[in-house]
Design a protein around this ligand. Structure first.
Ligand code: PEP
Length: 255
């Protein structure tokens, strides 16, 4: 099955609104065509301004996080309806930085994914093993567990996106080889088949972890890699644009 790629930019805690606006105007010129959908996840405070700059472009808006409750006494938090209201189509949940630095658990990530789906948006559910877990040969076991817990109680695949991000590859310059990534992506697809049967074929599974212009095409040419979640390289226009071009070439190879 041909799945339209998703290439999503995660700006993390970078860019003030003043910096984001001219950058978003550049990003608005990008087009992924039939091959790839492009999403950009700025910090919360820049969502509204970036959303306006991207309006009627080929690039959609995403958020980096959300709270699972729709409203209430949660000082400092941002709900899914608020994110929907500013035009987000995707919300990243369970990014490893939030799991590791802010103590997010699998069950909290599951609550967030359900809240995103309930509002009609798409969660990008991040999963991935540490270097220690990989060296102990536990990668597939950890991935199975995170997937099962993160998707618990989610009855069908519609709108769910998975991002496999080995923690040892995030922001480190070390990328999983295409073969290492494909092995895990195929395992994820197999797990999804158990839960959603043929619906698993429609799920996009993104790779994330030091994706750059020079490795993106090889990674995205793998059978079960359907796009990329890009951190560092998404902060430079030329680098991100080159990754979009790589996605188009990889998609062309799969036709
Ligand atoms: C990420 O933050 O999701 C990520 C993959 O970062 P980087 O591309 O910088 O490794």
């Amino acid at each position: 099955m041909v799945r339209r790629y998703l290439v999503a930019a995660n700006w993390k805690m970078n860019m003030t609104v003043s910096q984001a606006l001219p950058f978003a105007a550049q990003l608005a010129t990008l087009t992924g065509g039939e091959a790839a959908e492009i999403a950009v996840a700025p910090p919360f405070v820049a969502l509204s301004a970036v959303g306006q700059a991207l309006h009627s472009s080929g690039v959609v808006l995403a958020a980096q996080n959300c709270h699972a409750a729709s409203a209430g006494a949660y000082t400092g938090e941002v709900s899914v309806p608020m994110l929907a209201d500013v035009g987000c189509r995707y919300i990243i949940v369970g990014h490893s930085e939030r799991r590791q630095l802010l103590g997010e658990t699998d069950s909290l990530v599951n609550e967030k994914a359900k809240a995103v789906l309930a509002a009609g948006l798409s969660p990008i559910l991040c999963i991935g093993e540490t270097l220690e877990e990989r060296e102990q040969g536990k990668t597939l076991e950890i991935i199975s567990w995170q997937l099962q817990a993160g998707l618990a109680g989610i009855p069908n695949e519609v709108r769910v996106v998975i991002a496999y991000e080995p923690i040892w590859a995030i922001g480190t310059g070390k990328t999983a080889t295409a073969a290492q990534a494909q092995e895990v992506h195929a395992h994820i697809r197999g797990q999804l088949r158990k839960q959603w049967k043929e619906g698993a074929e429609r799920v996009r599974i993104l790779y994330g972890g030091s994706v750059k212009a020079d490795n993106a095409e090889e990674l995205m040419s793998q059978a079960d890699i359907d796009g990329a979640l890009v951190g560092g390289a998404s902060l430079q226009f030329e680098a991100f644009a080159a990754i979009i071009e790589a996605a188009k070439k990889a998609a062309g190879r799969k036709k």
